[in-house]
Design a protein around this ligand. Structure first.
Ligand code: B12
Ligand code: SF4
Length: 633
């Protein structure tokens, strides 16, 4: 029996040659035509694990996947042109995948506690037909963002005209369609998990995608194992299953094989309790260094050259459940961990994932020490911004979300602790100053259209962005429309839902962010004229109809065809007003006396005459890490 994938059918004659209509074959058709559609010789694997192609690729770093989550499928050509080899995959001799997203690897590791190695395979979507056979009882899919309905992803596709089909979503649907078309579909269950599973549940896409069960939570859970047992016994599965998150470090497993981008978990949870946040719902855990290092070495052994530690806030690692509050980073522990990672033989590249900004104000020396360690192995180059001899830079993802203190108090009152949320704009600007001075140019997310957001709130955020510009600070600003995420305290809150509903000020904020992002680009190949002509042309062609009249003047501002001062004089845009910003010393002066003891003297700026208390062991609270403070061993 043949397992004909739907793409092949669509492409023409059904024998795998997508060239049935006589046109020149596309690269994609070429790949498909080479796929043999044979029944697996051994009857297939009992459990087959996979992930959408666009989430599994290990090519060209994080940005390609982020772009594919946001660009609509009709813009795929842009990616093809920039990364012509993005579809090239590395496989083992038996066609199993050489790398898979960390989520898939964790499911694999979790299942290996109960099933034989030979019963399980992790493969790329194009190889499913080699492993799904009459013996298969479960096809398990791990996905990050299958339908593109999460923040940032949806908004950019909707600006360009199709809110439902980002590139990643197209490939996810293609994967589900090929599983649905399997001749053995009646014999196996399709179980989906990963951080994007909720998108299937919330849009009730079970039938359309042919999914039997969506698991919300981690694969380590005994409930997940139970579900697989049921599926293997061919019993009915619940549509949705919420499974528990391990409560301590010992409960979290580590894969012993290569992950996409060398992702290795560093922490779970966060602790700052922002109301819109999903990962913060998980317990705050920092994972043991020895297990992290084993996973790093496993990646290198299996051919990876890049490592990235997955976290919501890298700065909490080493300071979870110690005597020091988690928002005063454990400098020695962090430097020790990152030093061991970048100095592991075979690690050629290291990329940061997520962090918060207040730690840069709390401990600028830590930022400097990490920069010295991490810059040489960073694959990111910002030629027009970096002062590093090879123009290297670090670019973690940091949440800015809003410049409005009123809004921040409502949605993220602890985002800047130990500093008071009243000082949020100063914490952002001061933190960014420290980061930029050390060649960190973060990607910062902003939420536009929060529930209850007023024009004054948007103006406050615009003020902050203009203040960044005035001070010559740089962050890659990623505005996205508020998306109520499942299970969060804002899951039932309603903000803006479509780009057409955005006010002129909200549009201005979005377009100002993008204009700021292009500052370094203005000197490079694209050039200012290309932007002017291109954006106005796009507007005339398509965007003015899609995004409504409120989009018009912000787009003119973005294009640079008219100066911001002129547009302001015409009454078309708001020119941000200068902000009064606190210095680090002034920010520190606002701290509660109890918090001052956790600051490091070598950073300076402590209040005049302040002497840090000495503990019973004769040490300062932050001295003697590893003895007085628990340092993950
Ligand atoms: C690394 C990372 C990335 C990387 C690499 C992703 C990759 N392909 O490997 C990059 C930078 C490319 C990326 C991009 C994006 N990301 Co991301 N990313 C992360 C991060 C930091 C770690 C993910 C990870 O590997 N974790 C470790 C693994 C082990 O966890 P896991 O995948 O969740 O798997 C566990 C469970 O989910 C479950 N599980 C997983 N799969 C399955 C399958 C089955 C069958 C079962 C039963 C269980 C199960 O078991 C695992 C543990 O045992 C998370 C935050 C976080 N801390 O999780 C954000 C996160 C997942 N990303 C997020 C987002 C929004 C995005 C983007 C849409 C951002 C954007 N606009 O560009 C894109 C989408 C990319 C795409 N391809 O579509 C959000 C998701 C929010 C949501 N709930 O929808 C998160 C949670 C960040 C956040 N703070 O909000 N991301
Ligand atoms: S700081 Fe980031 S990870 Fe932490 S709770 Fe807030 S949004 Fe979530």
């Amino acid at each position: 029996m043949k397992f004909v994938s739907p793409q092949v059918k669509r492409n023409g004659n059904g024998n795998g040659n997508g060239n049935g209509n006589g046109h020149r074959k596309s690269k994609r058709q070429d790949v498909l035509s080479e796929v043999p559609h044979e029944e697996p010789k051994d009857g297939g694997k009992l459990i087959v694990l996979t992930a959408p192609l666009t989430e599994a690729i290990d090519h060209a770093g994080y940005f390609i996947q982020m772009a594919m989550a946001s660009l609509p499928i009709w813009m795929e050509g842009v990616i093809n042109k920039k990364y012509p080899k993005w579809r090239e995959l590395e496989k083992n001799e038996d066609y199993s995948a050489r790398y898979m997203p960390a989520g898939v690897r964790l499911v694999e590791t979790s299942l290996l506690r109960e099933y034989q190695r030979d019963d399980i395979v992790a493969c790329f979507p194009e190889d499913l037909n080699k492993f799904v056979g009459p013996r298969t009882r479960v096809v398990a899919v791990s996905t990050h963002n299958p339908l593109g309905v999460t923040f940032a992803a949806g908004v950019y596709t909707s600006i360009f005209g199709s809110s439902r089909m980002p590139i990643n979503s197209h490939y996810s649907r293609e994967l589900f369609a090929s599983i649905k078309a399997s001749p053995y579909r009646d014999n196996f269950k399709v179980i989906v998990g990963g951080s994007g599973g909720w998108q299937i549940t919330q849009t009730n896409s079970f039938e359309e995608l042919s999914v039997d069960c969506v698991v919300e939570g981690r694969s380590e859970s005994v409930d997940t194992l139970d579900l697989f047992r049921k599926a293997i016994r061919q019993e009915e599965l619940p549509r949705q299953l919420d499974v528990k998150h391990p409560m301590d470090r010992e409960g979290i497993l580590f894969p012993d094989s290569r992950t996409t981008f060398g992702v290795v978990e560093m922490t779970t949870g966060c602790g700052r309790r922002c109301k819109f946040c999903v990962p913060d719902l998980n317990p705050q855990i920092d994972l043991p260094k020895d297990k992290i290092m084993d996973a790093v070495r496993a990646n290198i052994r299996d051919g990876n050259k890049q490592i990235s530690l997955a976290t919501e806030d890298m700065f909490i690692w080493g300071q979870v459940h110690t005597d020091t509050p988690f928002y005063f980073p454990n400098r020695e522990a962090l430097v020790d961990l990152y030093s061991d990672i970048v100095n592991t033989p075979g690690v050629e590249q290291h990329v940061l994932s997520h962090s918060t900004i207040a730690p840069a104000v709390v401990d600028p020396t830590l930022i400097k020490e990490l920069s010295d360690l991490l810059l040489p192995k960073s694959p990111i180059h910002f030629p027009y911004l970096s002062s590093h001899p090879q123009k290297k830079a670090l670019a973690p993802l940091i949440g800015l979300e809003t410049g409005s203190v009123r809004m921040a108090k409502q949605i993220m009152p602890s985002k800047g602790i130990p500093f008071h949320i009243d000082d949020w704009p100063s914490v952002v600007l001061e933190g960014l100053r420290v980061l930029n001075e050390n060649n960190w140019f973060p990607a910062m997310t902003l939420i536009v259209g929060n529930p209850g957001e007023t024009d004054e709130d948007v103006m406050a955020t615009i003020d902050l962005i203009y203040e960044m510009e005035r001070r010559g600070l740089f962050a890659f600003l990623i505005p996205s429309i508020f998306t109520p995420l499942h299970d969060t305290r804002m899951e039932n809150a309603k903000g803006v839902t479509q780009t057409k509903q955005l006010t002129p000020l909200q549009w201005q904020l979005m377009m100002k962010c993008w204009k700021m992002n292009l500052r370094p680009g203005q000197y490079s190949w694209w050039g200012p004229t290309a932007w002017r002509v291109g954006s106005i042309g796009m507007w005339l062609y398509k965007l003015r109809r899609l995004n409504g009249p409120n989009f018009t003047w912000p787009l003119w501002m973005f294009s640079g065809a008219l100066s911001e001062k002129t547009l302001h004089r015409m009454g078309k845009i708001y020119l941000g007003k200068p902000l009064k910003v606190k210095t680090r010393k002034e920010l520190i002066a606002t701290l509660r006396p109890n918090d001052l003891q956790f600051l490091r003297e070598d950073n300076g700026d402590l209040p005049e005459g302040y002497t840090p208390p000495v503990n019973l062991a004769g040490a300062r609270p932050w001295v003697g890490v590893g003895e007085t403070l628990s340092h993950p061993a």
